[in-house]
Every structure is written in C-alpha cells, then in structure tokens.
Design a protein around this ligand. Structure first.
Ligand code: NDP
Length: 314
C-alpha cells in the first residue's frame, strides 16, 4: 500500500480508503462487512469512512466495532454530519447545536474517543460559516476531532470557508470529499485547482461509479441479483446501455495492461496528485483485494488519451 499526505496537514492516508455507505449496517450482512473491513486493514488500508446518517448510525456501529480490534493510532477514521437525523428543526444542518450533538453521538456509536476527520457532509446555506468552523475547532481543542473536512462543497464555498478560517481559527480545512470517477469529472474544473493552490486534498467517493466501472453489469436487462443495482432501484436507474458500452471499451484497455477495468478506473483516479485517496465501497473482501492492486499502477499519456476518447463519447 502507498500513502499520501492529506493537504497541507501531516496526516497520511492509504491511496485506497474503505467506506460504509449503504453497505455496512445496510444491505451487507454483519459477518461479510466485518471480513471486508478486516481484509482492508490487513492489506494496508488505514483510512475508513462513515457518517452519522448512514443507516441512521448503524454503519458507524459496525465500523467502530471492527476497527476497535486494532490499535487506535493505526487507522484514520472519518465521520460526517449535515443530513437530517430526526424530524425536528435542529436535527439537521451545520449549526453549533446539531454538529455538537452529532459528533458526540457519533463517538458513542463508534465507541471511540475521537475521530480523525470530521466532514461537513454538505454546505449549509442557513448557518454562518464562522459558527460551524468555530464549533469544529472547539471539538479539535477537546481532542474529539483532529482534522476538518468538507464534502461536495463548491470551490467558491471552500474559498469562503478558508477566508473565515484564516481570520478566526487556528486550523484550516485540509480535505474535501467530492464524487469523482470516469463518468463524473466535474471537480477537475475548479475543485482540484483550488485544492492544489490551497493545500486541500480530495478523498473521492464512488470512484467505481457504485460498481458500474467494475464491468459487473453486462446489460441493463441482466443485472446480477447480488449487486447494489439489484438491491436499490435508484442505483439501477443510473445504469445506461451507453455507460455499459463505454465500460466494455475501457475493459479492452485494462486487459492490455493486465488490469481489471475496476483497477484501471482507480489507477486513473490516482493519477491526480491532488487526490489523496480513492474511497471505495465493498460488499465482500475479495473486492477489496482486487481494488487495492490499483495502487502503484502508472498510466502513460497515450493510455490516458485513449481513455479520454472513450469517455468523451459517453
Ligand atoms: P464505489 O464506487 O467503490 O462502489 C462500491 C460498490 O461497487 C461496492 O459496494 C460493490 O457493490 C461494487 N464493487 C466494488 N469493488 C468491486 C469489485 N472489485 N468487483 C465488483 N464489484 C465491486 O463506492 P461507493 O459509491 O460505495 O462509495 C464509497 C464510499 O464513499 C461510501 O462507502 C462512503 O463512505 C463514501 N460516500 C460519500 C458520499 C458523500 O456524500 N460524502 C456519498 C457517497 C459515498 P456490490 O454491492 O454490487 O457488490
């Protein structure tokens, strides 16, 4: 496994991280979830991701229970808050009240004293940035949070937060968690350039487009019964014949490099120095084993340009 520094901080994360959305505490049963997390750890993955809202706290419970088997200093764990956790007006967003209650609740569910990264899961238009950043800083001072991150914030929103942090706070945002994969490259335009200029790394989610980029879907009519798309209708609705055709073409390039198409998709992401880690999901340990082999793969300019040609046709 290779490790990269997170932004301008001293923190290092594995090039592949493992997340728990939809899977752990959700459609993946406990034993399989445990073996996927343990496999990742054994293979050198030191970066794990969850959120308060994933299965309403169940994902945190599963991840915390397994990670507690290992020395606390050996892994980096992230959680998040923003999305509704109840019906009340204060059960959502990035107010001091909600963020404080959620960080404390997350720590209880995880069974841990601190999280390494706390992410603002989305931008909150109703809470002043100062209020949110000061709250996170209070948790940093208490030792309950080590680093601050944001998820799916625009470059403009991040810039505003940095300006505030520079004026009022000890620390800055060092990591951003946006979606990034071969079918969704929006961060290349503004988010990555801002990250490079300001020392904010990207830890990118859905790098395999929820499994589509592994080549497991052969046609819209033949979705494998044990896959995410078979379990969740809205995931199935995002799969098109056009994208499946592109994946088939990408598989040709992958074969020429003795890679699976999923490994090619991950190596393609890791070509970006501003990406600290590709944050995968895995419903079984074998998937983790396959995916971690994408680290250390170098893709030539010629290969990258053949990939672009395929992606530009989607
Ligand atoms: P991926 O794009 O990696 O998709 C993961 C899914 O792809 C797996 O659950 C599995 O699905 C399939 N898969 C993975 N590897 C293989 C393989 N080698 N062979 C076959 N199938 C494979 O990422 P996710 O969309 O799951 O997102 C990853 C993490 O990112 C989440 O767990 C979460 O922590 C984070 N995230 C953050 C968000 C945010 O707003 N900040 C939003 C979404 C995710 P199957 O069940 O079909 O086996």
């Amino acid at each position: 496994m290779k490790y990269r520094r997170v932004g301008r901080s001293g923190l290092k994360v594995s090039e592949i991280s493992l997340g728990s959305w939809l899977t752990y505490g959700g459609y993946v049963e406990q034993e399989r979830a445990a073996s996927a997390i343990r496999k990742a750890y054994e293979l050198g993955v030191n970066s794990f991701d969850t959120a308060n809202v994933y299965e309403r706290g169940e994902a945190e419970k599963v991840m915390g229970a397994i990670l507690r088997e290992y020395p606390r200093e050996s892994y980096v764990l992230a959680t998040k808050a923003f999305w509704p956790m109840g019906e009340g007006p204060n059960d959502r967003g990035l107010s001091r009240k909600h963020v404080s209650e959620q960080i404390n609740s997350s720590l209880k569910r995880l069974g841990l004293d601190y999280v390494d990264i706390f992410y603002c899961h989305r931008y909150d238009t109703e809470t002043p940035i100062e209020e949110t950043l000061r709250t996170i800083e209070d948790f940093v001072r208490q030792g309950k949070v080590l680093y601050a991150g944001v998820s799916e914030w625009t470059a403009t929103q991040m810039q505003a937060a940095l300006g505030t942090a520079d004026k009022y706070l000890l620390d800055r945002i060092v990591v951003s968690q946006p979606i990034y994969n071969m079918f969704n490259r929006y961060i290349e335009k503004e988010v990555i350039p801002l990250g490079e200029a300001e020392g904010i790394s990207q830890i990118v989610f859905s790098p395999l487009a929820q499994g589509l980029l592994t080549g497991k879907y052969d046609s819209v009519a033949s979705i494998p019964g044990d896959s995410r798309a078979a379990k969740l209708e809205w995931v199935k609705n995002g799969i098109t014949e056009q994208k499946i055709d592109a994946v088939k073409k990408l598989s040709g390039i992958a074969r020429e490099h003795s890679l699976t198409v999923g490994q090619l998709a991950l190596a393609w992401i890791l070509r970006q120095p501003n990406v600290a880690s590709a944050l995968i999901g895995a419903s079984r340990p074998e998937q983790v084993e396959e995916n971690v082999k994408a680290t250390g793969v170098e893709l030539s300019e010629e290969t990258l340009s053949s990939i672009d040609t395929i992606l530009n046709s989607v």
